[in-house]
Design a protein. Structure first.
Length: 261
């Protein structure tokens, strides 16, 4: 009897300990779009991890394609260490961008190359400039996008592969508008950003639209949740501790009650 109750306690405790690792609450439901495709990710489940090679490919796509329109304001170049880049490589990446700094001793602003301590360079100075360059639509910051939409990385992947060449009969698109199966309301002001063969992969990974979409979504998931792996590890350690602790307590209980039975 006591044993059964104890086992139940253990299950509840384990579930509580595991919950934070498995929950990733979507902040906004994407009403009006099709349900995202159900993809398999290496970071799925309580022991899943990011795939460094996929993250590097995803970052390459962001850098060469998406960064022309989308900022990722919460990321610093030094964060790229988590993708497996070393200090020298990160310095070189940062150096490719130019930043306004100052004022110097004469009171003037000046330009300098980027540093690992800089935030990812934004493509536009402000939202007005972003809107005017994009038919009036502001490309949203992508730092937390994987958490901001229901479906997370599944949604991002679906969106990137979900363009239809023509709007269904009875719908008209204005110039600068595109039809996407997964976008809320189906009409999106972003032209299909990816196409087969567009980005060169050095590691022999297929250069297909689907692969690109998968890698860049993987990267955006990491950006939105860079500590997921540590969190999961802590969850597992806590559960192991609880199991061992439960065993010890059970043995102890038996010892104390030995003479009473
Ligand atoms: C030429 C500019 C441009 C490029 C390049 C571009 N985007 Fe966009 N993107 C936009 C604009 C504009 C919007 C806003 C669309 C809207 O609200 O209708 C947008 C919206 C989005 C959204 C939000 C969709 C939603 O649910 O509201 C995501 C996600 C996104 N882009 C991802 C990407 C990714 C990933 C890339 C690179 C592979 C990329 N974009 C490249 C202009 C661009």
């Amino acid at each position: 009897m006591i044993k059964r109750t104890f086992a139940k306690y253990l299950v509840v405790l384990a579930a509580l300990a595991l919950a934070p690792a498995m929950l990733s609450a979507p902040a906004r439901a994407a009403g009006g779009g099709e349900k995202p495709l159900d993809m398999t990710w290496t970071f799925d489940g309580p022991t899943g991890t990011y795939d460094r090679a996929a993250l590097q490919r995803g970052y390459k796509i962001y850098r060469e394609v998406c960064a022309a329109c989308h900022s990722m304001n919460l990321l610093y170049y030094r964060n790229l260490e988590a993708l497996g880049y070393n200090e020298e490589q990160i310095k070189n990446i940062a150096r490719e961008y130019t930043y306004m700094d100052g004022p110097n001793d004469e009171g003037d602003m000046f330009e300098r190359p980027g540093l690992p301590s800089d935030r990812f360079k934004s493509p536009f100075e402000n939202d007005k400039q972003a809107a005017s360059a994009n038919n009036g639509a502001v490309p949203p910051d992508l730092s937390l996008m994987a958490k901001a939409r229901a479906g997370g990385p599944d949604y991002l992947y679906s969106l990137l592969v979900g363009y239809e060449e023509h709007a269904p009969h009875g719908h008209t698109l204005l110039s600068g508008q595109y039809w996407n199966k997964y976008m809320a309301g189906h009409v999106i002001a972003m032209a299909p950003p990816l196409a087969e063969g567009q980005i060169a992969y050095e590691d022999g990974t297929p250069q297909t639209l689907e692969q690109y979409a998968k890698d860049v979504s993987h990267f955006m998931m990491w950006a939105a949740d860079p500590y997921m792996e540590e969190r999961k590890q802590t969850g597992i350690a806590v559960i192991l501790f609880l199991i061992v602790f439960a065993g010890v307590m059970y043995a102890y209980k038996k010892k104390i009650w030995k003479d009473v039975h």
